[in-house]
Design a binder for this molecule. Structure first.
Ligand SMILES: CC(C)(COP(=O)(O)OP(=O)(O)OC[C@H]1O[C@@H](n2cnc3c(N)ncnc32)[C@H](O)[C@@H]1OP(=O)(O)O)[C@@H](O)C(=O)NCCC(=O)NCCS
Length: 136
């Protein structure tokens, strides 16, 4: 697969069934439909879906306030990992945040999630602290 084959769309309610199925496969505590809808309709959120062959292959949600961006969710369908879809979605969102004048971007990642941490480190993110009890 080439990154050029991905079609990037604004996340909408029409994607939710597929997204929720991917959430359940990917996390022990998946986001609820309401959490997604809150971000889809938040004017200070960026919510994108990467489509591959007409199906959702990955998605990302970030929001911003003043000069701070916050990446809230990055998930790639388990059948499509290690194809740079996560990197592509992150690069798009970082670019969009930069255009919205963000100078700082932060995110949370489980300490044991070495795959995601590797991706974020390659993009220049650095650990700044550990939140206790953040993940149940
Ligand atoms: C983490 C996740 C988003 C990565 O997406 P992806 O599209 O597979 O990542 P990419 O192909 O862009 O990977 C880029 C780099 O990140 C690192 N990486 C990604 N997944 C990795 C893994 N499972 N193990 C080790 N390194 C990994 C590698 O350095 C990789 O480069 P390489 O493939 O050339 O070695 C995806 O695995 C996922 O959705 N996981 C479940 C949900 C999750 O943990 N989300 C993050 C929550 S903070």
């Amino acid at each position: 697969m080439k990154v050029e084959e991905l079609v990037i769309e604004q996340m909408g309610s029409r994607h939710l069934d597929e997204i929720l199925a991917i959430e359940r496969k990917s996390y022990s505590t998946p986001w609820s439909p309401v959490s997604f809808k809150n971000e889809i309709y938040n004017p200070y959120s960026i919510a994108l879906v990467a489509m591959l062959g007409g199906a959702v292959a990955g998605y990302i949600i970030a929001n911003y306030r003043f000069n701070e961006g916050h990446v809230l969710n990055l998930t790639v369908h388990p059948q499509h990992t290690r194809k740079k879809i996560g990197t592509h979605l992150m690069e798009l969102v970082l670019d969009m945040l930069r255009h919205r004048r963000c100078t700082i971007v932060y995110l949370e990642v489980r300490a044991s999630n070495t795959g995601a941490r590797g991706l974020y480190e390659k993009l220049g993110f650095r650990e700044t602290g550990r939140r206790k009890f953040y993940y149940t």
